[in-house]
Design a protein. Structure first.
Length: 345
């Protein structure tokens, strides 16, 4: 049985490129494998370290290779790019992956389980349907505005907007037919979104970690479930700041010559979780005058010196660190940190 110290795999739909090293300094094995023969190749070699880019289907193949006894690491695609030589093809990409995985400071993406990917599918589908719902509402609003019919902005005002269009005597029959189609589309989207949220709630009720995170003020079922789905293992992050940086909530650094220069947040991490945490922080900022405790005092002191939107992002950063600490320790949120009550004058 052949043995390799590490193997780089460039994934695709039907053809996979393999770059395998038996030992350092020796010529590598380069081979193209069809989808049908991909697992057969790895069944006939000794357990090895295999690296792949964290792209589409990567988690599926990682689980399949782990079942065969191999150690699999997933690398963010941006981290393999510096190791790509001149030109680009599958063989060069596989070689770059093989080289990147050998670096001692390389960062890897945890392999997600089937349940985690299924839960992520619910969140992503909900996000897509909300986007489609927003597009449909905007299209309807723009269409009626062409006839001088307008209504207040908000998804809750859509029934009023539809009523305006249906009751208007200046609209022709063809325009009202369009309104009925829009109403049917919006109703279908609303039902689908409700169904996805109910399914997310059912998963939340069965997951102890998700229920633990739900105890944090501002973190409801949706955010707690999303954090559990995106973070298979909190041990993957060295600290709460490392987790916050992964979300893109830490300042972008541009330092040189011993002079530190920090800018706006990097926004280089997970955009979905970052958005949810910023929304959670926004809701907490509205109720902070009626709260007491160290977190509430910290928010008030920051608001006295900084703009509200900057404080919102800083609070989202703090929430991310709290969530990581709770996942790692299993400790419940200490309500005294942000307790209900009237703040002292």
């Amino acid at each position: 049985m052949k043995s390799y110290i590490r193997i780089g795999v460039d994934l695709a739909k039907n053809v996979f490129q393999v770059h395998a090293l038996s030992e350092e300094g020796t010529p590598a094995l380069q081979r193209k494998l069809s989808r049908a023969k991909f697992l057969d190749f790895f069944q006939n070699i000794a357990p090895s370290q295999i690296g792949m880019e964290a792209c589409a289907t990567a988690h599926h193949w990682a689980r399949a290779l782990q079942a065969l006894g191999h150690e699999v690491v997933l690398i963010p695609p941006a981290y393999t790019k510096p190791y790509v030589k001149r030109g680009k093809n599958d063989a060069v990409d596989a070689e770059a992956i093989c080289e990147a995985m050998s670096r001692p400071g390389m960062r890897f993406v945890p392999v997600k389980t089937v349940d985690q990917q299924a839960l992520l599918g619910l969140h992503k589908q909900r996000e897509l349907l909300i986007k489609q719902q927003t597009m449909a509402v905007n299209a309807l609003r723009a269409f009626l505005a062409e006839f001088g019919l307008i209504a207040a902005k908000s998804i809750e005002r859509v029934p009023h907007l539809l009523a305006i269009g249906r009751e208007s005597k200046m609209l022709p029959a063809t325009a009202k037919a369009r309104i009925e189609i829009d109403a049917e589309v919006l109703c279908t989207l609303a039902k689908a979104i409700d169904g996805l949220e109910q399914e997310i709630s059912r998963h939340h009720a069965c997951n102890p970690v998700s229920q633990l995170l739900d105890g944090v003020p501002g973190i409801g079922t949706l955010i707690a479930s999303a954090v559990v789905a995106y973070v298979p293992n909190p041990e993957h992050f060295r600290s709460g700041r490392d987790f916050s940086a992964w979300l893109g909530l830490t300042p972008r650094e541009h330092s040189s010559g011993g002079k530190s220069k920090l800018g706006r947040i990097s926004k280089q991490g997970n955009p979905y979780l970052r958005k949810l945490l910023v929304l959670a922080a926004t809701s907490l900022l509205r109720v902070q005058p009626q709260r007491r405790g160290p977190l509430a005092e910290w928010v008030r002191e920051l608001l006295a010196r900084k703009p509200a939107r900057l404080v919102t992002v800083a609070l989202a950063n703090r929430l991310a660190r709290i969530l990581w600490a709770m996942m790692k320790s299993g400790e419940e949120f200490r309500m005294i940190i942000f307790a209900r009550g009237v703040a002292a004058a």
